[in-house]
Write a new protein. Structure first.
Length: 191
């Protein structure tokens, strides 16, 4: 019996118990983080946001964060498939290959984890402007030109990840608006 269950799980199949566990992992349950019981009447947007919040919580867990992140993603997949939601399944498909996490975010921006927000914003601005000047240069090869928008998206994703890990409204606003309201700096906005 255990062999059969293992085979089915390796084929990404799940049981009703797995659906219940997945809902609990994402925070559903009156005694859980969301204080809401999971049911089919819950909108897809709510399930998506529950998953995103679970991922953010995993980033803040320095001991078991990677495992929690993996389990959160698997739980989201199970609920998306159980609900038969094409939209949620597409979101999971798009996100499963994205591997941005706090460690990768700091590596992407090439900054230490304890960098102050002022310095982080300054470095980000410099990198974006530098990439933009390369992007707009007519000397670039076609290959380099195609890579630059991806690098800018990756830097932006890294900055958003760091903002979430630090729970920094200032960094969130900076990435969203392109302005640091504290000091009035502006980043180049072309994405």
């Amino acid at each position: 019996m255990q062999e059969l269950v293992a085979t089915e799980q390796s084929r990404d199949r799940f049981t009703l118990d797995d659906v219940s566990v997945a809902a609990t992992v994402l925070g559903f349950g009156l005694e859980n983080v969301l204080h809401v019981e999971y049911g089919e009447d819950i909108p897809d947007d709510f399930v998506e946001n529950a998953w995103k919040e679970c991922v953010k919580r995993s980033w803040r867990d320095h001991d078991r964060g990677a495992e929690t992140h993996r389990i959160s993603n698997e739980s989201f997949r199970i609920l998306a498939e159980y609900r038969g939601s094409i939209r949620l399944r597409a979101i999971w498909e798009n996100e499963k290959n994205r591997s941005m996490n706090p460690d990768k975010a700091y590596d992407t921006l090439e900054v230490p984890k304890d960098v102050e927000e002022n310095m982080l914003i300054t470095i980000y601005n410099m990198r974006v402007r530098y990439s933009f000047s390369f992007y707009s240069s007519s000397i670039l090869s076609r290959r380099k030109l195609d890579e630059t928008p991806n690098q800018l998206d990756k830097m932006r994703e890294a900055m958003l990840c760091i903002a979430e890990v630090r729970d920094s409204e200032r960094l969130r606003q900076f990435v969203t608006s392109g302005m640091d309201r504290t000091y009035g700096s502006i980043i180049v906005r072309f994405y």
